[in-house]
Ligand binder design. Structure first.
Ligand code: ZN
Length: 140
């Protein structure tokens, strides 16, 4: 029950995103200068411009802030997945932080803004053996 096929390209890891894709936690970047959390991880704080960060591990729960449904497979590899939903989840511990993912297992016509969801992780192994955990969402 996965939107992305097993051979889908995996994200390239770097110092900023490695924790997000490998820790199996909602590890969100927090600015060392102003304590603002932001996601996805970036080089510069979008609030104060600082470039030093720590991470906060937040509860893996949130609500659907918005969503869209893809009916057309922009890539042939997604042909078996359409229609599928892409959800934007607002985290319970910091609603200003929003995370993109899928909500497999829920018919697209049943998805509503405000639905309570929790994260789970899809495990994939990159060609170099690195194990990547892709955050996804399910109803709670
Ligand atoms: Zn900042």
């Amino acid at each position: 029950m996965s939107v992305l096929p097993d051979d889908w390209a995996l994200p390239a890891l770097d110092a900023r995103n490695e924790r997000w894709f490998t820790s199996q936690s909602i590890a969100v970047q927090r600015c060392s200068g102003c304590a603002t959390r932001q996601h996805p991880p970036e080089e510069i704080c979008h609030r104060c411009g600082a470039s030093s960060f720590d991470h906060d591990v937040l509860a893996p729960t949130g609500t659907v802030f918005s969503f869209t449904v893809a009916h057309y497979a922009v890539n042939r590899a997604l042909a078996d997945s359409v229609p599928y939903a892409v959800v934007l989840v607002s985290l319970d511990e910091d609603p200003a932080v929003r995370v993109v993912g899928n909500l497999p297992g829920v018919p697209c016509e049943d998805i509503r803004i405000g639905m309570a969801v929790e994260a789970y992780w899809e495990e994939r192994t990159a060609e170099d053996g690195t194990v990547i955990h892709l955050p996804q969402w399910r109803l709670r």
